[in-house]
Design a binder for this molecule. Structure first.
Ligand code: PLP
Length: 424
């Protein structure tokens, strides 16, 4: 296999015939493989199944003199607030524990900002002429869908190896219409980038023109190393407080990739003033969250130290899958001279940049051959990747043997799309 850019037209055509024959052979196998979403595998779900055994009598349902089976404790069970404070290195009083998933809480924060405004909003966002949000990209498609849902204009900010391009961020926040930014500070989705200390400090010290500027700090992968040691991470709430911006940050996390996605517990962590403000707004919507699940989680996960031990077991299952992705790309794509990708140490994704102008075509071919991927463009605001190049690979769900097959099909499709582009 040689570098595609160095091949003659005839060599490219021959390579095309060869790869297309392989593609057709794969198609005939009627595959049904999925590398689309960051779902834990069955092995991972089985790993934590004993959590369901923790609450099996009435006595066990009482913690801190609170019976979790009844109404109350809107902000969350004291033990669950203490758990998240330990996980995120903040204070229990700075946490609001929710149920199901953190995306709910993110949606709720933006939706309250829209209807009622945030703590320092001069007026609800729906009454503003124009609202804009900064979207470091590639990023998480569901963040972008929330801001798009509320008609908020999204501005793409470039990602660097240290996190979002902070020169751009600092410049954009001079505009009072810019009301916030989406951030995944640790093992960003999809690039797997960990924000540097400098980036984090620059965030805490932002001086936005909008008094209600919101840093949506989605720390979804706060304990999710699958290679190497756990990397401690600064408490953004304290840093913002020290910088004179105590109410600017809203941090989110959940147990979705620790226990059961969609049936876990989640947290909004922010200043005590923000907790009080949001508790009042949320009290219209609910009397309390699912405290049974909160207690179940705390009894099983215990604290950060014990959670990290469980994460090592997840890591053992995830590591070989990320290895398959890396080895497949090195073997099948690297010699062709196009494409680059990250080698993350945590999180759930590999972010691949294929030959510009070919991502959509490659994924259409994948679909034809029975391999489902996150749609091309999904990692950018409005689903438009200006380079048509970024593809998010989510290797966690399929067993290793299926993943090997899926990567073989995927790389073949990348090559076919690249050759078609070169032949044009
Ligand atoms: C960055 C990020 N945030 C949030 C989520 C979803 O979290 P939850 O299940 O808590 O809504 C994901 C899932 O892929 C994610 O990648």
């Amino acid at each position: 296999m040689a570098n595609y850019y160095a091949m003659t037209r005839q060599e490219l055509e021959e390579e095309y015939q060869k790869e297309y024959a392989h593609f057709n052979a794969c198609k005939e196998q009627n595959l049904n493989l999925n590398m689309a979403r960051g779902k834990p595998s069955n092995d991972q779900l089985d790993l934590v199944i004993n959590m369901l055994r923790t609450l099996n009598d009435a006595q066990a349902c009482v913690s801190d003199d609170i019976d979790v089976r009844n109404y109350g404790e809107l902000e969350g069970m004291p033990c669950a607030r203490a758990y998240w404070a330990d996980m995120l290195d903040c204070k229990p009083s700075q946490t609001f524990v929710g149920g199901v998933s953190s995306l709910n809480l993110m949606f709720d924060v933006i939706s309250r900002a829209y209807t009622h405004g945030l703590l320092h909003s001069p007026k609800p966002w729906c009454k503003e002429d124009k609202i804009k949000f900064l979207c470091p990209s590639p990023g998480y498609d569901r963040h972008f869908r929330i801001t798009e849902f509320f008609g908020i204009e999204m501005i793409t900010v470039a990602m660097t190896d240290e996190g979002p391009n902070m020169d751009q961020v600092e410049e954009y926040v001079q505009d009072p219409c810019v009301k916030g930014i989406w951030c995944v500070p640790k093992y960003s989705n999809p690039d797997g980038i960990v924000y540097s200390e400098t980036t984090i400090q620059r965030f805490a010290n932002l001086k936005p023109a909008a008094p209600d500027f919101a840093i949506m700090w989605d720390n979804a992968y706060c304990v999710h190393e699958f290679r190497g040691e756990y990397k401690p991470f600064p408490d953004i709430i304290r840093l913002c407080e020290q910088a004179g911006n105590p109410d600017m940050v809203y941090e989110f996390a959940s147990t979705s990739k620790i226990t059961f996605p969609g049936s876990g517990i989640c947290v909004l962590a922010c200043s005590e003033e923000n907790i009080a403000y949001f508790s009042k707004l949320f009290s219209v919507q609910m009397i309390s969250n699912d405290k049974v699940n909160q207690l179940r989680h705390v009894l099983y996960l215990k604290d950060k130290e014990h959670t990290l031990k469980i994460m090592q077991k997840h890591a053992k299952i995830l590591r070989p899958k990320f290895k398959v992705v890396s080895e497949s790309l090195h073997r099948m794509i690297q010699p062709c001279g196009f494409g680059r990708w990250n080698e993350p140490k945590g999180g759930y994704f590999v972010s691949l940049y294929t030959m510009p102008g070919t991502a959509k075509r490659a994924l259409a071919l994948c679909k034809e051959a029975g391999v489902t991927m996150t749609p091309a463009g999904a990692t950018y605001p409005y689903g438009i990747d200006p380079d048509d190049s970024n593809i998010r690979i989510a290797p966690s769900l399929p067993p290793v043997e299926e993943l090997e097959k899926a990567m073989d099909v995927f790389c073949t499709c990348l090559k076919i799309a690249a050759i078609e582009k070169l032949l044009k």
